[in-house]
Ligand binder design. Sequence first.
Ligand SMILES: Cc1ncc(COP(=O)(O)O)c(C=O)c1O
Length: 333
Amino acid sequence: MAAVVYPPRLPLARRATPLEPLDRLGTLLGGPRIWVKRDDLTGCATTGNKVRKLEFTLARARAAGADTLITAGGLQSNHCRATALLGARLGMRVHLLLREEGDAAPPARGNLLLDLLAGAEVSRYSKPYYRAHLQELYERWCDHYRARGANPWPIPVGASDGTGVWGYVGCAAELVEDFRKAGICPGAIVHATGSGGTQAGLTAGAALYGLGCPVIGMAVCDDAAYFQAKVRADLRDWAARYDPPLDVERLAIHVEDGYIGPGYGVADPEVFATIRQLARLEGLILDPVYTGKAFHGLLEEIRRGRFAGSADLVFIHTGGIFGLLAQGDLVNQ
Ligand SMILES: Cc1ncc(COP(=O)(O)O)c(C=O)c1O
């Protein structure tokens, strides 16, 4: 394998995260053993997958002399919360462009509560306006800060671009060692896919480090065609910027879009039942927006026999606990 040369990275995440088997669930299921890569432990308030990407994104921003981070997402975006907290830690101003989910003024809870606590500036937009004008909003706010002598740095939704891809290339490198220690050759690596960057990084990293199994993204919002295109675009951006020793055009991108449910951020009762089951059996907290949907999808696919030949499967726990707390009223219904 040719050497993988990483770009500069700020040490912001708790790494390496553990890989742990869900033995009590396994006994109940009687199927393949499910292992969880605990990326919910990358930090306390900075829990989840975004901090791995932001290590690279923020290193670039800093090197360019940026003092203001501008990023966007849903009102309960984990990515925005991680950016707000890490920006505070690095002494940078953070401005979040948030997409409202309903009409009512939303209470400051879950991720939004932490955004505000960390001192982030928050601008809210209706869903249709946000969808139609996001690029324009980025440009407008960058111009606003430049006019005041600041140096803004726009970060795409989910920090999913060629730079963010490195975060989960790095995770794949950890998995090599995890699999060796556990003595396993898993049949698949499964995770929630929302803006594509985690999947792009894991897909590239699995090929670079020879993990020997497919990476399957469980879509939580858009369909498989969307994610095929988005993950491919992030991989191309990565290849163009960094010239890694890998032909990204040859990488297969596996997306499962049968478990989106009613839509982004809205989960069916079965997903909440899975969240309760994992909390009670394993003390593991999933969320209704990302990991709960993806894990529920994994269990359903196991029941349907998709992984019948696999002794071991790996689930990447990408965090999201604050999104669960924002939907606390639905958890125990
Ligand atoms: C908790 C959690 N899991 C998974 C994802 C999906 O990761 P990505 O945006 O890289 O597809 C996100 C963000 O979208 C997230 O916040």
